[in-house]
Design a protein. Structure first.
Length: 230
């Protein structure tokens, strides 16, 4: 089976399972279909898994058992599996529609557990991705966990400290040869003032960019809240 077939069949199966779920039909006997999606989601080729791994989260939406299995993989799976799971945590499942019925609270908790496991992973690649996903998913309550990891790794602190700042303050400052850059959740811009122009740069930012800062602290409301990621 070639790569395009794997991607096409995965999407077809995912759509079918999703529609069955919407019709409240039992999907317990669809193990072969689930296994196929799992195999493609963890394919060795990036050209396959980057398209198929989002469908893991279709399965996660419709099955608590699959959520448990994915979390087990984050505990005991291979580095390849763990990386794909955390990498695709912000991929929007292609089958997802806006008015579907699902347990939003359980799904958000599931995503948070994935991110927590990634943050404490020994693999720097997975840990790094976990910290990034914590910011993107606005899991600000995980900032103490991130601070602990940054404290224990000076190199990680230098490369990811700005993420911790965004999660705790709503923004991060960067001094460059081209001036001061301010980074927010979802983007950044260069300030038109210098450190010498204002008495308190943090106060200046909080007064002039309050709306942008607040985007990092909007309460979660399930997938409706996360739509801006996709």
């Amino acid at each position: 089976m070639n790569d395009n077939d794997k991607i096409r069949i995965t999407e077809e199966i995912s759509n079918n399972l999703f529609q069955m779920f919407q019709r409240h039909e039992n999907i317990a006997n669809m193990t072969e279909d689930v296994d196929f999606i799992m195999q493609c989601a963890f394919d060795k080729k990036k050209s396959v898994w980057e398209y198929c791994s989002g469908h893991l989260y279709v399965l996660a939406l419709i099955s608590s058992n699959i959520r448990k299995h994915i979390l087990d993989l984050m505990d005991k799976g291979s580095s390849h599996q763990k990386f794909i799971i955390i990498c695709s945590a912000t991929f929007r499942p292609l089958s997802l529609i806006g008015d579907m019925e699902y347990d939003k609270e359980a799904y958000i908790d599931f995503l948070k557990e994935i991110v927590k496991r990634a943050i404490v992973c020994k693999s720097l690649k997975i840990k790094s991705m976990g910290i990034q996903r914590a910011m993107l998913l606005q899991f600000n309550s995980l900032s103490p966990m991130i601070k602990s990891e940054l404290t224990n790794d000076e190199s990680l602190s230098k490369s990811h400290g700005w993420i911790y700042d965004i999660m705790t303050k709503g923004y991060s400052l960067e001094q460059t040869e081209n001036g001061i850059w301010i980074h927010f959740h979802g983007g950044g811009l260069r300030l038109n003032v210098s450190m010498d122009d204002v008495d308190d740069i943090d106060k200046y930012i909080q007064q002039n960019y309050a709306d942008r800062i607040q985007l990092q602290f909007i309460p979660h409301n399930g997938m409706e809240h996360l739509k801006h990621l996709f």
